[in-house]
Each structure stands twice: as structure tokens, then as C-alpha cells.
Design a protein around this ligand. Structure first.
Ligand SMILES: NC(=O)c1ccc[n+]([C@@H]2O[C@H](COP(=O)([O-])OP(=O)(O)OC[C@H]3O[C@@H](n4cnc5c(N)ncnc54)[C@H](O)[C@@H]3O)[C@@H](O)[C@H]2O)c1
Ligand SMILES: O=C(O)C(=O)C[C@]1(C(=O)O)C=C[C@@H](O)C=C1
Length: 304
């Protein structure tokens, strides 16, 4: 029987990975890196919130946990920003001057144009920056929400800029996400923001709004909402339970694309209202058929 010697294991991708903001996304990366030991030899977590730092220590997913971002990144080979998109610029301003030459900076922000613009003023020529966005999540947030398999078979979109990272750094970040279980695709940041506006941001906007509308009808319907809400309304409430700060930042930082998708949606909703008013059965059935086929193809892709 062959003897398996741990020294035969390939060296991890990075020596030291620093995750700034070990919430749902950052803690999930740390869980995966801790579990597989292929991503980094040493894991460091930085959080502004002392209670979250304590939880990360208790979870045992980092070798070092600190609130001092500048000190933490000094030895890092890769620094991953997992803070809300509105905080990316201020964190970048603190960490970039403290990073060693050649260390890679990446982020996981849900919007890309605004995050890149927020980070760009602090970039250094010797710090490659590779923006990324894992298309995976849940309605939960904070360190306790993280888990190692979050990214399995999900997309991670990379939006590398022609002038801010050599190819080997882009490939290192691609490999990082593949080691987390994700498939990767490269995209221009503007295109990314339009795609995410329709597949992620607008659905959340609709979920927050429908829950708000139901709540505004509280006097008449609160007991019905609570008592009789079956799967349909519940499916909306799952995503409506998402973190308010994260979603405020996403809406404000992808304003134009979201407003464009919302106005297209409102036109289509008006057309549906008209079809209902005038009894246009063909139109109604056609729209529902399209919804069903989208659902089927999503399920097929997920199983592939
Ligand atoms: N939740 C999702 O489904 C999802 C999916 C993909 C990408 N993202 C993006 O990834 C990022 C993280 O999202 P999340 O869901 O993990 O959020 P989260 O709220 O779970 O975690 C964010 C963490 O950042 C910390 N933090 C905030 N400001 C900080 C600062 N200035 N310095 C250090 N730490 C700070 C918070 O204390 C928290 O621990 C966001 O940019 C979000 O848009 C989220
Ligand atoms: O699954 C969920 O609950 C999510 O909200 C995840 C989701 C999405 O909309 O798909 C949310 C925000 C992200 O930037 C990426 C993924």
C-alpha cells in the first residue's frame, strides 16, 4: 500500500491569505481554506467588530484574528476585501499602503464599477488588483453564516482591468476561486453590473418591496400574511431577510443599471396588468410559460 506522506501534498497557492471582513463570504473562504489547506498555509482574519473577531476565534477558521488591518496585511501574499461595497474604498486606503510589493489585492463586492472606482485612487503599480464576485450567498450574514461548501459549482465572476494586474495575478485569483469550488468567468465591470442588476439586485428590490407592501396592509391582512403565507410569499421573505447595510450599498452603488432594469420591469408589469384587465389569456400564458422554462433551464444547469 502506498504511504501517503503529507509532505507530498502540493504547496498551497499562497503562503498568507488575509481576509478583511470575515462575514458570510469571508468566513466561507476561510472555512474552505482551513478545510482543504490548498489555498494558503496561514490564514488571517481582520474585522472591525470585536464580537465578530471573538466568533472567528471560536470558530477556529484563522490562525490570527485582529482589528488592525494595516499590521495584518504587511506579510500577506493575497488580501481579500469582503466588506460591504460602501466600505471598500476606506479599507483599501488603509491596507494598500501597508502591503508588500507584489502581494495581490482582490475583493468580493457585489457591484464592480463603483468598487473599482473606490479602490483605484489608492492602487500602487506594484500591487496587482483583481476584482471578483462570487455568485453565491444566503440571506444570513456575519461569521456564523459562513460554510466551506458555499461556492461549490457556483460562478465567480472576475472583472480584471487591463492596466491593474498581470496575467499571473489574475490566474492566481482564478485558481483561488476554483479551489473554493467555483467556476470562473471573466467579464467587463460594466457588463457585470448590468447582468447582476437583473439576476440579483432587482429580485432583492422586489422582495424587499413586496414584503413592505404586505406590511403596509397590516391592519387588514397582518394575521392572514402571517397565518396563510405559503411557499410563494415565503420565498420572497427569504431574500427579504438579507442584510440592510449590504443591500443599501449595492442599490446605491449600482444605481443606473438597477434603475434601468426596474423601469423595464415596470413596463412588463404594466403589460401584464393590461392583459389581466382585458382578459388577454394568450399573453398571460405566454409570460408564465417563459418563467417556467427559465426555472427548468436553471435547474438543469445547476445539476450539470
Ligand atoms: N451575501 C451575499 O450573498 C454576497 C454574495 C457575494 C458577494 N457579496 C459581497 O461580499 C461582501 C461581503 O458580504 P457578506 O455577505 O459576507 O457580508 P457580511 O455582513 O456577512 O460580512 C461583512 C463583514 O465585514 C465586516 N466589516 C465591515 N466594515 C469593515 C471594515 N471597515 N473593516 C473590517 N471589517 C469590516 C463586518 O463586521 C462583517 O463581519 C460585500 O461586498 C457583498 O456585497 C455578498
Ligand atoms: O442566495 C442568496 O440569498 C443571495 O442573495 C445570493 C446573491 C444573489 O442574489 O444571488 C446575492 C448577492 C450577491 O452578490 C450574489 C449572490
Amino acid at each position: 500500500m502506498p504511504v501517503t506522506d503529507s509532505s507530498d501534498a502540493p504547496a498551497p497557492l499562497f503562503d498568507t491569505l488575509v481576509v478583511i471582513g470575515p462575514g458570510l463570504i469571508g468566513a466561507s473562504v476561510l472555512h474552505r481554506a482551513r478545510r482543504d489547506r490548498t489555498i494558503a498555509r496561514r490564514l488571517v482574519a481582520v474585522d472591525i467588530n470585536p464580537a465578530f473577531r471573538e466568533r472567528v476565534r471560536e470558530l477556529g477558521i484563522a490562525d490570527e484574528v485582529t482589528g488592525d488591518a494595516a499590521a495584518a496585511v504587511a506579510d500577506a501574499d493575497c488580501v481579500m476585501l469582503c466588506v460591504p461595497v460602501g466600505a471598500m474604498g476606506e479599507v483599501a486606503a488603509t491596507v494598500i499602503p501597508a502591503m508588500k510589493p507584489g502581494a495581490i489585492l482582490t475583493d468580493t463586492g457585489s457591484t464592480k464599477v463603483a468598487v473599482i472606482e473606490a479602490i483605484r485612487p489608492f492602487l500602487r503599480p506594484d500591487i496587482p488588483y483583481v476584482p471578483a464576485h462570487p455568485m453565491a450567498g444566503t440571506e444570513y450574514s456575519g461569521p456564523d453564516a459562513g460554510f466551506a461548501t458555499l461556492f461549490d459549482n457556483r460562478w465567480c465572476l472576475l472583472t480584471p482591468l487591463p492596466d491593474s494586474a498581470p496575467t499571473d495575478s489574475v490566474e492566481a485569483v482564478r485558481t483561488l476561486w476554483q479551489l473554493c469550488g467555483a467556476r470562473t468567468r471573466d467579464m467587463a465591470p460594466e457588463h457585470h453590473d448590468r447582468v447582476c442588476a437583473i439576476v440579483s439586485h432587482l429580485p432583492h428590490l422586489l422582495a424587499f418591496t413586496i414584503c413592505g407592501t404586505a406590511d403596509d396592509l397590516a391592519d387588514e391582512t397582518r394575521s392572514e400574511v402571517l397565518e396563510f403565507a405559503a411557499s410563494g410569499f415565503r420565498d420572497f421573505t427569504r431574500i427579504a431577510a438579507s442584510d440592510p447595510i449590504m443591500w443599501r450599498d449595492i442599490f446605491l452603488s449600482n444605481r443606473e443599471a438597477i434603475l434601468e432594469m426596474l423601469s423595464r420591469f415596470l413596463e412588463d408589469a404594466q403589460a401584464m396588468a393590461r392583459a389581466i384587465r382585458w382578459g388577454d389569456s394568450d399573453y398571460i400564458v405566454d409570460r408564465i410559460e417563459r418563467g417556467r422554462s427559465i426555472r427548468r433551464s436553471l435547474l438543469e444547469n445547476r445539476q450539470a
